[in-house]
Design a protein around this ligand. Structure first.
Ligand code: PMP
Length: 347
């Protein structure tokens, strides 16, 4: 593998990061804070938050079985995705490789950063072969993006192929596990020590029911995490978010319960979808959504919008012709969707 130093953009390697007031004050006892040009009034939210979120990382890392130094927190996992490009990919020179179809932000971030985005089509089972991704890579490939369970296809990627890619690729393998809590597969966070080129992404937006607080996690070697910390906004995770995340961590049973309810609902909804006359194929899912091929995705999507129900039309996405992506809602919401779709058959 190339070293993290070799993979890092030269300007980032040499960067002297911004040092905030709260970075320099290392937590010794103090009661008078006149260092950060804050307003002393309006207690609770008048102070800048902890730039490195020590308390939250302490709790999270214990729960996830990693060291706090292996954890980066971002304004959604989208922040970590963007930082990967800004830290490692030289605009107009470097490239990244990704499975196709997958989550759209990898390509958007590549385009924003002027980094070539090389797509490798999944097979008919929505699986990839490590050798195909490696064949698409060259000496300017810094990152390879995988997403498991994958969005929008919903399936876990095969572990033998993920392992092979981690073994063979000499750059960073980014494994997006936004939906891992809904999957029967264990997280790759357990493999961080074995693979120094692994970056695992997770988020509070899905199983944790907290898309609004914007909190994403990246797990990687302390060396990679140090690069993220060097270039992130100084106070990227606001105080309200840190507090709410700590509250959530006090009730992990609640999240477990949501996951089991949603997974049960998923099974039922998929079965009922399979019985609809316009359904051609319901694809297996390991996430809190599933992909379904229908006779006319555009017509059904528009019909649902007219009834106040929004699903995701993935017709224009590779391998997803005439496919809708359905997020699992509450049992009541799922019933409304089904009953509404049954009426569509009468048109
Ligand atoms: N990764 C995947 C695969 C996603 O589907 C999404 C959101 N749809 C994200 C990352 C972004 O998550 P966040 O809300 O943490 O930015």
């Amino acid at each position: 593998m190339r070293t993290i130093e070799q993979l890092t953009r030269p300007n980032i390697r040499g960067l002297k990061p911004y040092s905030s007031a709260r970075d320099e004050y290392k937590g010794r006892e103090a009661s008078v804070f006149l260092d950060a040009n804050e307003n002393p009034y309006s207690p609770s939210y008048n102070r800048y938050p902890d730039p490195l979120q020590h308390r939250l990382k302490e709790r999270l890392s214990r729960m996830k079985g990693v060291d706090p130094g292996q954890l980066f927190l971002g304004n959604g996992s989208d922040e970590a995705i963007d930082l990967l490009f800004r830290a490692f990919c030289q605009p107009a020179v470097d490239n990244v490789v990704a499975i196709d179809p997958t989550y759209g932000m990898y390509q958007v971030c590549a385009d924003i950063n002027d980094v070539a985005y090389r797509k490798v089509l999944l097979d008919a089972d929505f699986q990839f072969r490590a050798d195909d991704l490696l064949a698409a890579a060259d000496e300017h490939t810094k990152l390879i993006f995988l997403c498991s369970p994958n969005n929008p296809t919903g399936n876990d990627l095969r572990r033998e192929e993920i392992d092979r890619l981690l073994d063979k690729f000499d750059g960073l393998v980014v494994l997006d596990e936004a939906y891992i809590d809904f999957s029967g597969q264990p997280s790759y966070t357990g493999q961080l020590r074995q693979y120094p080129n692994l970056v695992v992404l997770q988020t509070f937006s899905k199983a944790w029911g907290s898309a609004a607080i914007r909190l994403g996690m990246a797990f990687a070697s302390p060396e990679i995490i140090a690069v993220f910390n060097k270039i992130k906004y100084p106070y990227n995770i606001n105080q309200l978010t840190q507090e709410q995340a700590l509250r959530l961590l006090d009730e992990p049973e609640k999240i477990q319960n949501w996951v089991s309810v949603l997974n049960k609902e998923r099974g039922q909804l998929m079965e009922r979808f399979a019985a609809l006359p316009f359904t051609e194929r319901v694809f297996p899912s390991d996430a809190n959504f599933f992909l379904v091929r229908v006779s006319d995705a555009g017509a059904i999507y528009n019909y649902l919008v007219g009834q106040g129900i929004i699903v995701r039309n993935r017709h224009s996405v590779s391998l997803c012709g005439n496919c809708l992506r359905i997020t699992i809602g509450t049992s009541e919401e799922n019933n409304i969707l089904l009953e509404t779709l049954k009426r569509f058959t009468m048109y």
